[in-house]
Design a protein around this ligand. Structure first.
Ligand code: GPP
Ligand code: MG
Ligand code: MG
Ligand code: MG
Length: 345
């Protein structure tokens, strides 16, 4: 069997060529095609590609060892790339909203010389490309409408999560009493778990011909908590990850975010520590950030995270062990778990 990563990577140039050929066919000027090509390569490539790789991997598991045809492999990987395009659309936008500096070890797209706010429109084009690919390759399939609906609904859910993430963190009105661990859980399910966890598996389920709503529901019931755990790791790495490993410089403290870490700290802090957090969270000066991290250290937030990580591993594996729908397989979820447990980037 060919290497799944190679099979996945081989699909990107096919899609990039299709898009560019289409732009030429409608007489888009060469300089705009060149611009788009640069945006696509900067923003779609260079990530971990976990979401993208999961579609074909899940389809293989759902087909229970039955050999996939070349066409099935190509189409599953194409759907995987559509998630990577969706993610590119989100990340270009998120980095502007979060005032971030770097992503995947490079400057954020809006900070690349000469790009600036054109990045907003570039994000829109990255999103539109998804529907160009779906139409070109799936229009004749019985599940074409399901794919379109799923991408639209997932985008909507993510945007609602992003809205909550942003309005819970107004930069000019710092009020830590607004935060709670329940609010955090709600935000992260919407802003991260649907598109990163439910979407790749649901896409593979559609390709496998699954129709039973109960199967989608069972998958969602485990994938949303898995995605929540993944975003808690992201919050942890924002503060404790090494920029050269995670490829980005954390901004959650400066951005007044309702992060898992600040919720843990507020839960355990003495009145004096709460006061320090109130005076320093959500401010841009390095000294303020240092003061917040100092309280995190006093409280032992890193240790709380390690304990959460262990507890999540046990709890999520127990949830996976309960999956019993005949059209699903526990392996879909254990392989996801293996990939993210104790991740460092
Ligand atoms: C992760 O939040 C969530 C997203 C990237 C979704 C953005 C959604 C939009 C509709 C734009 P994050 O800000 O913690 O991610 P990171 O740490 O990677 O910046
Ligand atoms: Mg964000
Ligand atoms: Mg961000
Ligand atoms: Mg983050």
């Amino acid at each position: 069997m060919a290497n799944p990563v190679q099979e996945f990577n081989d699909v990107f140039p096919v899609l990039a060529d299709e898009l560019i050929a289409h732009l030429r066919s409608i007489n888009i000027p060469e300089n705009a095609i060149e611009w788009f090509n640069r945006s696509m390569r900067h923003n779609v490539l260079g990530g971990k590609m976990n979401r993208g790789l999961t579609v074909a991997e899940t389809l293989r598991i759902l087909k229970r060892g039955e050999e996939l045809s070349k066409e099935e492999i190509f189409k599953a990987n194409l759907l995987g790339w559509c998630i990577e395009w969706l993610q590119a659309f989100f990340l270009v936008s998120d980095d502007i909203m979060d005032n971030s500096k770097t992503r995947r070890g490079q400057p954020c797209w809006y900070r690349v010389g000469g790009v600036g706010m054109v990045a907003i429109n570039d994000a829109f084009i990255l999103e539109s490309a998804i529907y160009f690919f779906l139409k070109k390759h799936f229009k004749k399939d019985a599940y074409y409408v399901e794919l379109i609906e799923l991408f639209h609904e997932t985008t909507y859910q993510t945007e609602l999560g992003q809205l909550l993430d942003l309005i819970t963190a107004p930069e000019d009105d710092i009020d830590l009493t607004r935060f709670s661990i329940e609010k955090h859980a709600f935000i992260v399910r919407y802003k991260t778990a649907y598109y990163s966890f439910y979407l790749p598996v649901a896409l593979a389920m559609h390709m496998a011909g699954v129709k039973d709503e109960a199967a989608f529901k069972q998958a969602e019931d485990i994938l949303l908590p898995l995605g929540e755990y993944f975003q808690v790791q992201d919050d942890y790495l924002d503060c404790y990850g090494k920029p050269e490993v995670i490829g980005k410089i954390g901004t959650d403290i400066e951005d007044n975010k309702c992060s898992w870490l600040i919720n843990q700290a507020l839960d355990k802090a003495t009145p004096e520590q709460v006061k320090v957090l109130h005076e320093n969270y959500g401010r841009r000066d390095e000294a303020n950030v240092v003061a917040v991290k100092e309280v995190y250290n006093q409280i032992g937030v890193e240790g709380l995270f390690k304990a959460y990580e262990e507890e999540s591993y046990t709890r999520l594996n127990a949830l996976i062990a309960k999956i019993d729908h005949p059209l699903l397989s526990q392996d879909v979820f254990t392989s996801f778990m293996k990939r993210i447990y104790k991740r460092t980037k």
